[in-house]
Design a protein around this ligand. Structure first.
Ligand SMILES: NC(=O)c1ccc[n+]([C@@H]2O[C@H](COP(=O)([O-])OP(=O)(O)OC[C@H]3O[C@@H](n4cnc5c(N)ncnc54)[C@H](OP(=O)(O)O)[C@@H]3O)[C@@H](O)[C@H]2O)c1
Length: 495
């Protein structure tokens, strides 16, 4: 990339900037993925000198994947290109002054500018209005361009999303807007399209007559420590399920796109989201973690910043139905929770197995009881695996269930898997929109969740308690069984 570029992180003193954005920018810089004429500008309200800002950033830069000898040199050069501007987020005059500072840093010639909004969501509307008024965020896609990146949460329901969408549409064109769901930047999530559409043998079996159900699971062992204030406003349905899990679901369930063009892919994602039956309260199990006897970790209500009577769910399970000819009758089970017994994000596609030919043969499990399952593990330890039945080697005929296993660490030991933010930031700079969410996708995803969220809010009932470190509320099994899903071990997070 040869053109001049300025990357501005608004809210640069915050958690996302420190833990994710600047380390990802550093990795892109150190690997030579950014133009030579690049600078990084942190903007926030806190009074900081440029030196103090650089020191804060230096603590977060990771060297482990960059050549040992060159890392400190690279880090020094990166930090020299980091600047800090103090500004109130809704102050148009502040942005006018900031724009003058940017131009000075750019040597008097306006560079392409990427503005990353890393501030709490209630600041979004006022901040973009002030940026637009001051000319800091000029409308239009002309070069030198200005692109705006925002990250979830995109509203709390359909109505608040519509408000946010209107505030953004009032100041910038859709072509300038990059809505990030960082799961779309993860290696395995990007691989979903390749897996499905570069291996055409999957297409005839990727449907209701061959697939019994799909389970998309997200779990963390830790609770909400450190982000309780934010989390309590949103809960797990809004924080994880409505966005990360629905994005994965749409890639698994969509029809083949006509091409790899961003809009061809996003059109199919929207079509499948629109075909999903909106969730009702009865399609859901919601839970909240409580302290376990003898466990060091606190319950949700004891976390700092959580109101003592909070009924915010930290766990949810939902059964989603996709009303298309391909998926009629196939339940998509989504589970997401914090404070659970496992930490994983994965998709399990369960194929029907009606084989009876070997029923009389010795096997560790009867053939018909073994599901041919395709596992797509997003994290940790990326992996693709297909569970099959195979003959156990040796004399005589004995069958066993085994895995065709593509573990990334074994297959690609020297290949570095980039952080999702690195991939996504580079895509914004290239102007590749395939991995970013279009406004109508978000509206469709909110249409699915809003009725159930409203019913939960009207009921005001406490979620089901589950002990921290456990596998979540037992009610999951009843919900799953209603839809013909009985794999207890998997539901409990078995590897
Ligand atoms: N952290 C994550 O891992 C993560 C993950 C996904 C999405 N996100 C989203 O990314 C955005 C930034 O997240 P974050 O965790 O970095 O947020 P944060 O640390 O809470 O806030 C970022 C910065 O915003 C300013 N700020 C904080 N509270 C404010 C308030 N009440 N009014 C005005 N400014 C305030 C602070 O900077 P100054 O006081 O210096 O101005 C703070 O350093 C949010 O929209 C969040 O939902 C974060």
């Amino acid at each position: 990339m040869s053109t001049s570029l300025t990357i501005i992180v608004v809210g640069a003193t915050g958690d996302l900037a420190r833990r994710k954005l600047f380390p990802a920018l550093f990795a892109c810089f150190a690997r030579g993925h950014l133009p030579a004429d690049v600078r990084f500008v942190g903007l926030a309200r806190t009074a900081l000198t440029a030196e103090a800002f650089r020191q804060k950033l230096a603590e977060g830069l990771r060297c482990e994947e960059i050549e040992a000898g060159s890392c400190s040199l690279q880090a020094g050069e990166f930090l020299q290109r980091c600047h800090y501007i103090r500004c109130e987020y809704e102050d148009a005059a502040g942005y006018t002054a900031a724009a003058a500072q940017l131009l000075h840093a750019e040597g008097g010639h306006r560079a392409n500018r990427l503005i990353y909004l890393a501030v709490p969501p209630f600041v979004f509307g006022g901040a973009v209005r002030a940026m637009a008024t001051s000319g800091f965020l000029p409308r239009g896609a002309a070069t030198p361009w200005t692109r705006l990146v925002i990250e979830k949460p995109f509203g709390r329901d359909r109505a608040s999303y519509a408000e946010l969408a209107a505030a953004l549409a009032a100041v910038c064109d859709e072509e300038q807007l990059f809505r990030i769901d960082h799961y779309l930047g993860k290696e395995m999530v990007q691989n979903l399209l390749v897996l499905r559409f570069a291996n055409s043998f999957f297409e005839p079996v990727w449907q209701r007559t061959c697939i019994s159900h799909v389970h998309i699971a997200w779990s963390e062992k830790q609770g909400v420590a450190g982000r309780a204030g934010y989390f309590d406003q949103y809960g797990i349905l809004r924080d994880v399920m409505q966005n990360h899990l629905m994005q994965m679901l749409s890639l698994i369930a969509m029809e083949p796109p006509a091409s790899l063009a961003a809009d061809a892919i996003r059109d199919q994602k929207v079509a499948v989201l629109r075909a999903i039956v909106p969730l009702e309260r009865d399609d859901l199990v919601v839970g909240q973690y409580v302290a376990a006897t003898g466990a060091a970790q606190r319950g949700y209500l004891q976390e700092e910043g959580v109101p003592v009577s909070s009924i915010t769910p930290t766990y949810a399970a939902a059964v989603v139905r996709v009303a298309t000819p391909r998926w009629q009758g196939v339940p998509f089970l989504l589970t997401a929770g914090k404070g659970l017994c496992t930490a994983r994000t994965e998709v399990r596609i369960h194929f029907r197995n009606d084989a009876t030919l070997f029923d009389g043969v010795t096997a560790d499990i009867p053939c018909h009881a073994v599901t041919n399952e395709l596992l797509i593990r997003v994290q940790p330890a990326e992996k693709l695996a297909l569970r099959i039945i195979s003959k156990v080697p040796g004399v005589g005929m004995q069958l066993g269930s085994t895995e065709l296993d593509l573990s990334y660490r074994e297959k690609y030991p020297t290949q570095r898997i980039a952080d999702a933010y690195e991939n996504l930031l580079l895509d914004v700079i290239r102007g590749d929109r395939s991995l970013f969410i279009r406004s109508d996708e978000l509206a469709a995803a909110w249409d699915i969740f809003t009725p159930a969220l409203q019913q939960l809010a009207a009921q005001q009932q406490p979620p089901l308690p589950y002990a921290i470190g456990s596998c979540g509320p037992a009610a999951l099994h009843a919900l799953a069984a209603t839809h013909g899903i009985f794999d207890t071990a998997e539901l409990e997070g078995a590897p």
